[in-house]
Design a protein around this ligand. Structure first.
Ligand SMILES: [Fe+2]
Length: 564
């Protein structure tokens, strides 16, 4: 019987696992259409059950992670979670009481779980599940960082690895280091929530007037526009100290915010972002290098929100001691439903290896379902057997295409199931896309997807280790910068997806494009409207299409088009 994993915090969701396979996984935001949803993942759970044709009563084992007092409090009083969600997303003004809630959050979340918080978490999650029809099930609660670690280790495919997790915080910790060997995880170090690199970067994001827990990637992108500085000139380096396998913060989380604010007062924004990125790099790399040296392990398996930072991942990948570097594709808390299910599957069945090449674990739609949506919207469409061929011709002609094929991808990146694609070599494509739809900030680059077989030719530091989930960054070879103008950062780096033939539709598109243009590369950005989650259903895709000025959309085997 499959195992159900659930996550009921930031970016809530559910996942279903059987044997050594993730059968299905989805995040609640894709179903409620509220970005980074925090509500109990009732719709995701139902989607898991629907996919497997099961009823709630048939599920015997449910896995969840995190039972610290703060998380438990939000389970007992879900309204507080909702209020904090609105404050964080600036839908509520930062009044005095809102400010107090924010400050309390940083204090309360630092406490580790205790018997009472675990009891109450169990009770209130149990109530939610009972209301959905679950009966006689076992609820297994796993530690927050152990769950992140389990997903990294078991998803890596490695037999032996050094596992590192770093994030904001959860269950009293902001990081952990494990040794993964003989199918199990042995803890080597725990980093207290009081010394959180994740919270540090959250503060920086917030101070730059961006959304914490969402826009950290923009901070990273902005940093590229600063003049370079030496670590000795960076006032944020001293905020932390790495001692052996531990990190110590100079300030409490709240003091840290004030200290950062003082720096921002006399620092240009891009330089502020640069300092933060450099400080994060500096300490993460020092910590991981210490751990590699100490254990002699050269393969890294990483998870936790800090490892959404592709610049750090690149530094680790290129570190002398590192042989291979795997980052769990859904590295943030949104991946915790699958992570907890993987932890439980390991506990009950010893499963410690998953195939993560293809991660389209979400909802999929047959051509007849698509057709009825097309009829409903009254758009012009035609059925084409080898639709990738036609799509490649349109892309080669300079068109921007909405691309909706197969089951929705797992995690934060569009990986060729719900994507917007275009030529990678057009300097004005960024502006066109932003005008038409995306409304990104000017310094945020778009990313390429490329045939795995083209990666070595195009990328300078590609070591043959694929980057299927866009979790690492590479430098584009000088001679190809022109061909990739629309998808590189100002420093000539990019975050490519290397595409494997197991994603047939997308792979064939790139293959055909290579025949036409000589390059199996497209610009690939997420199929959504600015501020909304990735589209999930054909109806949502059609809504975006009909309200935009984009002329073509591929919806499974249908080419949808506009006359003008
Ligand atoms: Fe986390």
């Amino acid at each position: 019987m499959p195992i159900l994993g659930i996550w009921d915090g930031h970016d809530s969701g559910a996942a279903l696992i059987e044997g050594s396979e993730i059968l299905f996984a989805v995040n609640e935001e894709r179903l409620t259409r509220r970005k980074l949803e925090i509500r109990f993942p009732a719709k995701s759970i139902q989607a898991c059950l629907d996919f497997a044709g099961l009823s709630a009563q048939e599920i015997r084992d449910v896995a969840v992670s995190t039972s610290d007092p703060a998380k438990t409090f939000s389970r007992v009083f879900p309204n507080t979670k909702e209020k904090y969600y609105l404050i964080r997303r600036r839908k509520l003004p930062l009044t005095k009481s809102a400010r107090l809630i924010k400050q309390l959050k940083y204090k309360i979340t630092e406490f580790p779980p205790n018997a009472l918080s675990e009891y109450l978490s169990r009770l209130f999650i149990g109530k939610e599940l009972s209301a959905l029809g679950f009966r006689n099930f076992n609820l297994h609660i796993f530690d927050h960082h152990y769950s992140h670690a389990a997903s990294a280790a078991f998803g890596s495919g490695f037999d032996k690895a050094l596992v590192v997790t770093l994030d904001g915080l959860g269950d009293g910790l902001s990081g952990s280091i494990y040794l993964f060997e003989n199918g199990s995880l042995k803890p080597l170090s725990k980093i207290s929530a009081k010394n959180s690199l994740g919270i540090f970067f959250e503060h920086v994001t917030n101070l730059l007037n961006m959304r914490e827990l969402e826009d950290e990637g923009k901070v990273m992108a902005l940093a590229d526009f600063s003049l370079p500085f030496l670590p000795e000139q960076n006032p944020m380096i001293e905020f932390f100290e790495v001692n052996d396998l531990d990190i110590k913060a100079k300030y409490s989380s709240l003091q840290m915010y004030d200290e950062l604010q003082k720096i921002l007062w006399h620092t240009p924004m891009e330089q502020f972002a640069y300092f933060a990125q450099q400080a994060l790099d500096h300490h993460v790399v020092a910590l991981v290098k210490n751990a590699m040296r100490k254990t002699g392990l050269r393969k890294l398996a990483l998870s936790g929100g800090v490892f959404s930072n592709i610049k750090i991942n690149r530094k680790l990948r290129l570190a002398d001691d590192c042989e291979r570097c795997f980052v769990f594709p859904h590295m943030g808390d949104g991946g915790l439903a699958a992570a907890a299910a993987m932890a439980l599957n390991h506990k009950l069945n010893g499963a410690s290896k998953y195939d993560m090449i293809k991660i389209s674990f979400g909802l999929g739609f047959e051509n007849d379902e698509v057709k009825s949506a097309l009829e409903q919207f009254g758009v012009k469409y035609e059925f084409i057997d080898e639709i990738e061929m036609r799509a490649a011709e349109l892309v080669a002609d300079g068109e921007i295409i909405f691309w909706f094929r197969g089951r929705m991808e797992f995690g934060p990146r569009a990986l060729g199931n719900r994507s917007i694609v275009a030529r990678p070599d057009s300097p004005e494509i960024k502006d066109r896309l932003n005008l038409l739809l995306k409304k990104r900030v000017w310094f945020q680059p778009f990313c390429p997807s490329m045939l795995e077989s083209d990666a070595e030719r195009l990328l300078d530091d590609y070591d043959g280790d694929p980057n299927y989930h866009m979790t690492n960054s590479y430098m584009v070879k000088k001679e190809f910068l022109q061909n990739m103008r629309g998808v590189i950062n100002i420093d000539g780096s990019c975050r490519p997806q290397t595409v494997h033939s197991s994603v047939p539709g997308f792979y064939n598109l790139l293959k055909r494009l290579k025949e036409i243009t000589g390059f199996g590369v497209v610009l690939n950005t997420s199929f959504n409207i600015h501020g909304l989650p990735l589209v999930c259903r054909p109806e949502e895709a059609l809504e975006v299409f009909t309200s935009s000025k984009v002329k073509y959309m591929i919806l499974e085997n249908y080419l949808v088009s506009k006359d003008e």
